[in-house]
Design a protein around this ligand. Structure first.
Ligand code: SF4
Length: 375
């Protein structure tokens, strides 16, 4: 089983906190980009070694800017060249301002069966400084509309740790999402990325993001409120009702193979990782002349070990000891650290898995880095 990720590097406007790869001035080469994506889909057919494609994920950028004809062209080129499983999960990331009855109907028609909607917050003042292209009203109505049009598999994104954002504001956002009755939520803490408008405002002290204690408190409230609503945490930032986990993302975390199509997309096939050029025009040009549009790195045993730790600790299942041992047996120093973290009640070790406790999840990245083997 494998997955295909398609990166759509277009956005209407630049959100102030975002450092993803996208362009807001793309109309002149929009068609060439779509054609290049199709060419890459065809050219890299051998990458997945004929594995059945179980998930297809349109991410970005803003894939909901594509027309249904563009989506269909891409999906048709995938089904022409790859073996698709009987019931693939096909996700489209969508922004509330792009969601209309007409678009929802057309997405269904081309085969999209899961939506991941970027709501981020329901407070108008947050959406304004974030420079989101949608209003709070659109956030509130789009989910109901999607449900009316028969989308049962819906995820929404929320951001916490926002400036001037009280625990009460956060509780309200969480409750609004619970009241939608959807089955999946991804929640991310606001991070101040270099070269964003947000980082300039923070440096100039125009905006003061939440401090670490506030972030931790909001994270704890998130986990407990969702748990009460039957929405369980299955990865640090991801929560779902029973059997509604994102198959695509779960496959990343299980170490399954995936092919990334489009500028800046990453691919993984067990022993190597590759990443595409993060420049739209250069990507189109290099695809056209069939010259290196991606770079590849062969993963050493240490890289594979560290990756398994990093990804596994983020999930509720944890790190499989069997898999870890199959890469390389952890040394004495590793077990010493594990024992001390077990004592601090940050993690639990069973015969088969190492997994984080609730308090450990607050320090997941730190714990993982402590357990890494250096090259
Ligand atoms: S819409 Fe998404 S990808 Fe585009 S700028 Fe905003 S957060 Fe970034």
């Amino acid at each position: 089983m494998a997955g295909i990720y398609i990166h759509i590097p277009f956005c209407k406007q630049r959100c102030s906190y975002c450092d993803f790869h996208f362009s807001t001035t793309f109309q002149s080469y929009r068609q060439s980009m779509i054609e290049s994506l199709v060419v890459e889909i065809e050219k890299r057919v051998s990458y997945l070694e004929n594995k059945e494609v179980e998930t297809i994920y349109f991410g970005g950028g803003t894939p909901s800017l594509l027309t249904s004809d563009e989506l269909k062209l891409i999906l048709d080129s995938i089904s022409d060249k790859y073996t698709i499983s009987k019931f693939p999960e096909i996700t489209l990331e969508a922004n509330p301002d792009d969601i209309s009855r007409e678009k929802l109907v057309s997405w269904k028609q081309v085969g999209i069966n899961r939506l991941s909607i970027g709501l981020q917050s329901f407070r108008e003042e947050d959406l304004k400084w974030m420079n989101r292209a949608h209003t709070s009203e659109e956030s509130l109505t789009c989910v109901a509309l999607a449900k009316e049009e028969g989308f049962n598999n819906i995820s929404v994104d929320l951001i916490y740790g926002l400036p001037n954002f009280t625990l009460e504001d956060w509780r309200k956002n969480i409750q609004t999402v619970i009241d939608f009755g959807i089955n999946h939520i991804s929640a991310y803490c606001l991070t101040v990325e270099d070269k964003t408008a947000l980082s300039k405002w923070v440096s100039a002290k125009k905006i003061i993001p939440a401090n670490e204690d506030e972030q931790s408190e909001q994270f704890e409230v998130l986990v407990s409120e969702l748990e009460k609503a039957g929405i369980e945490q299955y990865e640090i930032s991801n929560f779902s009702k029973l059997n509604a986990e994102s198959k695509h993302n779960s496959n990343y975390w299980k170490g399954k193979h995936y092919l990334g199509i489009g500028p800046s997309a990453h691919s993984f096939n067990g022993f190597s990782r590759s990443w595409n050029i993060s420049n739209n025009l250069q990507y189109i040009k290099n695809i056209k002349i069939e010259s290196d549009w991606f770079e590849t790195e062969i993963l050493s045993f240490n890289d594979q070990f560290n990756e398994l730790i990093l990804i596994g600790l983020r999930t509720s299942i944890g790190v499989s000891l069997k898999k870890l041992n199959s890469i390389q047996e952890p040394n004495e120093n590793f077990w010493k650290k594990i024992k001390s973290m077990e004592k601090s009640e940050w993690l639990v070790v069973t015969n088969e898995f190492i997994f984080l406790t609730k308090s450990g999840r607050l320090k997941a990245d730190y714990i993982a880095s402590e357990l890494f083997i250096s090259n």
